[in-house]
Design a protein around this ligand. Structure first.
Ligand code: CTP
Ligand code: MG
Length: 231
């Protein structure tokens, strides 16, 4: 099985509200995106890696994210206006013969080899796999008027993380169809699900968090400090 990882890292990090896109922030001296790429490399089982960054950060990425840490990628491509467009740009740069495409957010540096291995195995078996966690909060559904529409049973709700892994042909088709039909999502699996293809959940971990807000940086520092103390 040839596996290509696509790493979307072309966002602006608006919820972090910093001057620098969050993936370039250094936590304990190392940029978050470099940490994510090192975690993917450490996993093994990934044959090619395509990194997607904002068109105006390509040079900066080479200088600050890749070169200082001896990281190499098979493709470094400019992203798009939303996450889906960035992932699609990465998918188009994947080697033609790849069997599986693994999408992993550049902002999730704490992914483990075990999670990656389980996600790849599940996708190889059923066609699609999404790492996810049972939600701990009760979820409300409401429109912009804040009037509660629904309170789904918590037992059946999962929060999607990445990696998400799909058969390459299926994932390409899902993107083409979504683009043609004007469907947009922040979630890769949603594109595949709407075509009716099976997707299996793979239990993730709370530590595989997506660095999104300033408090996530504090948490990342603590997790790294603990990891370094344990060495
Ligand atoms: N992403 C991307 N291209 C975009 C938007 C997002 O490649 N146009 C990437 C981000 O860089 C991140 C991942 O998708 O690695 C998950 O997105 P998110 O956490 O929402 O990051 P941002 O969009 O940068 O943050 P925000 O939504 O707070 O602006
Ligand atoms: Mg975003």
């Amino acid at each position: 099985m040839h596996v290509t990882a696509v790493v979307p890292a072309a966002g602006s990090g608006s919820r972090m509200a910093g001057s620098l896109p969050k993936q370039f922030l250094r936590v304990r001296g190392v940029p978050l995106l470099s940490r994510t790429l090192m975690a993917l490399r450490a996993a093994g089982g990934i044959d090619a890696l395509v990194l997607v960054v904002s068109p105006d950060q390509v040079d900066r990425c080479r200088q600050e994210i890749l070169r200082p840490f001896g990281l190499a990628v098979d493709g470094l491509v400019p992203g798009g206006a939303d996450r889906q467009a960035s992932v699609f740009a990465g998918v188009q740069a994947a080697p033609a013969g790849t069997d599986l495409i693994l999408v992993h957010d550049g902002a999730r540096p704490f992914v483990t080899p075990e999670i990656i291995r389980l996600a790849i195995a599940a996708a190889a078996e059923v066609g699609g796999a999404v790492v996810a966690l049972p939600v701990t909060d009760t979820i409300k559904r409401a429109e912009s008027d804040l009037r509660v529409q629904e309170t789904p049973r918590r037992e059946s709700l999962w929060a999607a993380q990445t990696p998400q892994v799909f058969r390459a042909a299926l994932f390409r088709e899902a993107h083409v169809r979504a683009n043609a039909e004007g469907f947009r999502s922040t979630d890769d699996s949603a594109l595949v699900e709407r075509l009716g293809f099976p997707v299996r959940l793979v239990p993730g971990s709370r530590e595989n968090l997506k660095i999104t807000t300033p408090s996530d940086i504090l948490l990342a520092e603590l997790l790294l400090a603990r990891g370094e103390a344990g060495r």
